[in-house]
Design a protein around this ligand. Structure first.
Ligand SMILES: [Zn+2]
Length: 74
């Protein structure tokens, strides 16, 4: 075997191992990271408490004082 072939084989093996490691890391990261939520942000008119609720909720009840609030627009 020529030295050039040995060097190429080593390079190919290292590149392949790195590729598999990156693929596994990406797979695990995607599996464990939570999906980005599109929850609405609410700010209570009564006690100024900031909280979130589902994106399909128009008016949400404040968990602190029970007042119903509209979504907070930034
Ligand atoms: Zn409140």
């Amino acid at each position: 075997m020529f030295p050039g072939q040995v060097i190429f084989l080593c390079f190919a093996v290292v590149t392949g191992v790195l590729g598999v490691m990156v693929a596994l890391y990406e797979y695990r990261r995607k599996r464990f990271e939570p999906e980005p939520t599109e929850d609405r942000v609410f700010r209570c008119d009564g006690c100024a408490y900031v909280y979130t609720d589902d994106h399909d909720v128009d008016r949400s009840r404040c968990p602190e004082c029970g007042l119903f609030n509209s979504p907070f627009v930034f």
